[in-house]
Design a protein around this ligand. Structure first.
Ligand code: COA
Ligand code: AMP
Length: 639
């Protein structure tokens, strides 16, 4: 089949308004937009101005109105508890309405912020949809973050309500959320008025109603029994739907703001045209609702398109083994699986010959999509050979909300070039710019930038920080959004994404700021100076490695300080930082102007060829790093 991609991309370039007008027809509007794009609003313009809509209505109610109430909407599978549940659209509506009624009784109104700090349970998705129904802005915080990170998000968002659970379940341990929540509220300057806590049977939390702590299930049951009605609040297209915090170059996370109308249009378009999914198909995005991939393709994308979404609590390996993914695919007849390359690498490590996939009927599976980090050709090839289906890389970011570049399966697949997420999607003009902002020659490496305006579905700004958004993303290359990724575009227009240009590292498909890790390491009383770089890891892509210079006269031994620093990072940032490696050096390699030579340290750690920078202050420091990395890396054994 030949691909319609070139024609559709050309049509979008020639007449973007018509392209997006047609895409917007797939959405039910309470009032249609007056203008498709208004360049004079917002930081770089706003989409579908004048439209009124509600994403919860589009995800749930309208499918029921179309007679699909009894059809499955969400399948929940927990490899941690053995639970398997199917929720029809009717059941989803019932749950979402009950929770929305509870939230409304707790004073939540349009525009209020609600932080959702939950494991992968259906109530997390219902809570997101309940916020959307009321017009409240949700901010989902990944469960692997510690109290301080939660506190900074509570403060930044000014959250009125927190929805959480008594615990999360990680392999071999129960993560008690309540102490983390208590710690966060203690630290936060803005205290939420109420907390809704879902009690899980593995660990229950003590609730104090006087402190606004309520039992999620009890309150929802009352509303369910009363069949309380909660209508969908009409939202302007441009009203925020959610804030999702992501790592920036400083310790302070950035609140990516997603609008309502543009987000719906873009996601719906992507479901059919990129992921090749239609109503009734079954899609499984094995990620977490705390990340953008989870927001877009566990929750909103599939539900908007009437596609059944699988919500999975578990890991690709160890719950109980590397065959879990294939069990889920077979059991529910999954058509499209979407995960991060890390998950496939972990499966391959534990089951290199794919023995655990062998006895399974995986005939329902049409495509495996990979995103979140670079899909290395070896992993791609292994998965394609094992499954005998196309394995499709797609490149995007928390900021964009949907793929910048992909191989659009719904428009007809293009040839796969391993190592490339294929071509820019309609809406995105990708340019490769040198550091002065000039286009590089074809195939040359440079900064990947997107010509403004960003298409619908991308961030509109950072929460209450238009200036920061402008400064961080739009100012360096006027007329472009800076992705902070480096890469090239080949003669066929294929994009290759090579590395970040900032100090963000990608660990197991999670984005970590080395700056934030350094801030924590530097707090240790025995640490004089530190640097954190991402070093190559065969499974997680990269893991952070700390380089510490100890203060002279320190009484504690080096290994003790290393373990202290590792514990401190876990306590302040959370287990998700996966910070386990530390090296003590006498001096950090720096330029004569005092800049730490992180890139060279990283090359040495990754055993790549490196050359002595001409600007180095003391060449012996780099040799010392090389020796320390060979002989003296402290790796934490403690969890
Ligand atoms: N709540 C609490 N803790 C969590 C958590 C959560 N939701 N998610 C992860 N953690 C903890 C883990 O238990 C681990 O803790 P430990 O140090 O005590 O072992 C730590 O955070 C690091 O987690 P992770 O980096 O995920 O490593 P892992 O060894 O537990 O698992 C993989 C490795 C490859 C199985 C896992 O990273 C994975 O499934 N990756 C897929 C990537 C993905 O979904 N990315 C999302 C973007 S698409
Ligand atoms: P996040 O915002 O957490 O989704 O992380 C986005 C970053 O992950 C991007 O800026 C890239 O650095 C990286 N990334 C995501 N998808 C890909 C991909 N398909 N290929 C290469 N890098 C990717």
């Amino acid at each position: 089949m030949s691909s319609r991609y070139t024609d559709i991309y050309q049509q979008w370039q020639d007449d973007p308004d018509t392209h997006w007008t047609n895409a917007a027809r797939d959405i039910t509007w309470f009032r249609p937009p007056e203008r498709i794009f208004d360049a004079d609003q917002g930081v770089y313009g706003r989409w579908f101005v004048g439209g009124l809509c509600n994403i919860c209505y589009n995800c749930v109610d309208r499918h029921i109105a179309a007679g699909r109430g009894q059809d499955p909407a969400i399948i929940f599978d927990s490899a941690m508890t053995g639970i398997s549940q199917v929720f029809s659209f009717d059941a989803v509506l019932q749950e979402v309405t009950a929770i929305a009624a509870v939230m409304r009784n707790l004073g939540i109104e349009k525009g209020d912020r609600v932080v959702i700090y939950m494991p992968m349970v259906p109530e997390a998705v219902f809570s997101m949809l309940a916020c959307a129904r009321l017009g409240a802005i949700h901010s989902v915080v990944f469960g692997g973050f510690a109290a301080q990170e939660l506190a900074s998000r509570l403060d930044s968002a000014g959250a009125k309500l927190v929805v959480t659970a008594s615990c999360g379940l990680e392999p071999g341990r129960v993560v008690a959320y309540k102490p983390l929540l208590d710690g966060a509220i203690e630290l936060a300057r803005t205290k939420p008025a109420n907390c809704l806590i879902l009690q899980r049977e593995q660990l229950s939390a003590d609730l104090d109603p006087d402190r606004g702590e309520h039992d999620f299930a009890e309150l929802a049951a009352v509303q369910r029994a009363a069949k309380t009605r909660v209508d969908c609040v009409p939202m302007a297209s441009t009203d925020p739907l959610y804030i999702l915090y992501t790592s920036g170059t400083t310790g302070k996370p950035k609140g990516v703001v997603r609008d309502t109308g543009g987000h719906m249009v873009a996601l719906h378009w992507s479901m059919r045209n990129i992921y090749g999914l239609q109503a009734g198909d079954i899609s499984w995005t094995a990620s977490d609702i705390g990340w953008v991939v989870g927001h877009s393709y566990i929750v909103y994308g599939p539900l908007l398109a009437g596609v059944v979404t699988v919500l999975f609590e578990g890991k690709p390996v160890g719950t109980p083994d590397a065959g879990t993914f294939w069990r889920v695919v077979e059991r529910y007849g999954v058509n499209v699986l979407f995960t991060a390359p890390t998950a496939i690498r972990a499966i391959r490590r534990d089951d290199p010959n794919g023995r655990l996939a062998g006895g399974r009927n995986l005939s329902s599976l049409r495509t495996l999509f990979l995103a979140g980090e670079r899909a290395d050709p070896e992993t791609l090839h292994w998965a394609a050979t094992l499954l005998g289906i196309p394995v499709i890389d797609n490149w995007w970011q928390t900021e964009t909300g949907w793929p910048i570049a992909a191989n659009p399966m719904g428009l007809g697949p293009l040839p796969v070039k391993p190592g490339s997420p294929t071509v820019p999607m309609p809406g995105f003009t990708v340019a490769v710019l040198d550091d002065s902002g000039h286009r590089t020659s074809p195939d040359a490496l440079g900064n990947l930038a997107i010509r403004l305006p960003l298409p619908p579905g991308c961030l509109t700004t950072y929460w209450e920080a238009d200036d920061l958004f402008h400064e961080a993303c739009l100012s360096e290359f006027p007329g472009y959004y800076k992705t902070a990724d480096a890469g090239r575009i080949d003669e066929d227009g294929y994009v290759f994404v090579m590395a970040r240009t900032d100090d963000i590292i990608n660990c197991a498909g999670h984005r970590l700021s080395t700056g934030a890790l350094e801030e924590v390491c530097a707090c240790h009383p025995d640490v004089a100076e530190c640097a954190v770089v991402g070093v190559a890891d065969p499974i997680k892509g990269q893991v952070p490695c700390g380089f510490l210079v100890l203060k002279s006269g320190t009484m504690r031994g080096g290994p003790d300080v290393c373990q202290d620093v590792i514990d401190l990072v876990r306590q302040r940032i959370g287990a998700v930082a996966a910070f386990r490696k530390v090296v003590i050096v006498a001096k950090l390699p720096k330029t004569r102007s005092g800049k730490i030579l992180r890139a060279t340290i990283q090359k040495i750690a990754d055993r790549q060829s490196w050359s002595m920078p001409a600007t180095i202050e003391d060449p012996a420091t780099l040799q010392a790093v090389a020796v320390a990395l060979r002989e003296d890396v402290y790796v934490s054994k403690k969890q």
